[in-house]
Design a protein around this ligand. Sequence first.
Ligand code: CP
Ligand code: NVA
Length: 321
Amino acid sequence: MAGQLRHMLRDDDINHAEQKQILELGMKFRENRFYRQPFAGPQAVAVLFDKPSTRTRSSFSIGVAELGGYPLVIDKSGSQLGRGEPVADTARVLTSMAYSIVWRTFGQDRVEEMAKYATCPVVNALTDQFHPCQVLADLLTIAQHRGGVDALPGKTIAYLGDSANNMANSYLLSGATAGMNVRIAGPFGYLPDPAIVADAERIAAENGGSILVTTDPREAVADADCIFTDTWVSMGEEAEYAIRSKPFWDYQVNDELMALAKPDALFQHCLPAYRGKEVTASVIDGPQSVVWDEAENRLHAQKALLTWLIGQQRGDESLLA
Ligand code: CP
Ligand code: NVA
């Protein structure tokens, strides 16, 4: 197999078969933390943060170390990028030393610019538009609880709340790629970009899934296999806190809405969670919640993703399975 430089900037950078391969690899890493060590040397992976993080920071730092590599974690406040050094120059420098670049930042255009100049895989660790690593972990969590990766196609997932944010967009694209029925419910003014919905509809049609965007939370959760929500105030939106506290109450995931889903429906939240806002304590701390598995699966899913990306770049098929 010829080597090919691949990036993970948005969820639809991989197709159905590739997503399945990565998730199967994630299941292997779940069973054996040291299943593959593609960065043994250690080879460095640069992990950059322009926004705060607990899970992404720990899962990439620990994950790269477990892959045999050295995680070079750089915060905005401690980098020249944070003082306005061009993304292209940063890419040229990092790519001369690191074997992969992982970046949490604001606009999607920034990770795209990084990828344009990098000669190693670039991974989106959350932008304002997408959070693909999170949704890989969320799909892995469904696979963990529902008998494996083959159980994903045909399942119905419902996301409630701020439906114009990065999580909603990533559920649309990743769920469609998996061949799932994706339902997104939020209030007018907080619904997904029609261009992303159109992409998701095209991908869902290719993979036997479907897309529903609605303002009706009940329609979204009816008989669903997994319910998701996220904060109503994403990072960078703190100034809108007062405005954003109002429109989402009908979309709070509570016992009443959970009761409309399948009796064994799972509940997931990317975290951090705000109990009493987007989800009640009774749900997130209740028996259907798998949020701690979900958080742990960030580690396994991202190790699988990095291993797969490096396998692609090196043309090393032994790293793809
Ligand atoms: N879910 C998630 O990305 O969490 P952090 O912001 O803590 O990384
Ligand atoms: N939508 C949230 C996700 C946090 C992991 C945010 O962007 O802040």
